[in-house]
Design a protein around this ligand. Sequence first.
Ligand SMILES: [Zn+2]
Length: 142
Amino acid sequence: MEITEVRVALRQSLGRSGTGEHRLRAYATVTFDHCFVVRNIKIIDGTHGLFVAMPSRKPKAACARCAFKNDAGGRFCTQCGTAMPQVGRPEGPGAEVAEGHRDIAHPITADFRQVLQQKILEAYEAERAKERLASSAVDDTA
Ligand SMILES: [Zn+2]
């Protein structure tokens, strides 16, 4: 499988934003073999440098009353206001909710993960270089 395109959208708040241990730097969209696209890949500035996080979904918890799928962890159903069972104590059906984010699409071999991550980070660096050029050009005219 070949990575045929990587598009990177930098997040605007590139400065020191927040004190969170994980800082989202950019989103990437990757095309494979000209025919399959994965969006919502994240480039994160973690404690050990940049890394790529595959798209994931937040665990959902269905409301017992109206069946609305809320983000897990909320205290009340956002649809009907019924109190939601609290996560953190896995029990019975729905215990999987406590496991955290689940990748939607991801490489299954270490080799391909490496290739993919490298391609994405290269595209990210290229995009940042472009942005630095653009912003220094603006500075010059100011
Ligand atoms: Zn509800």
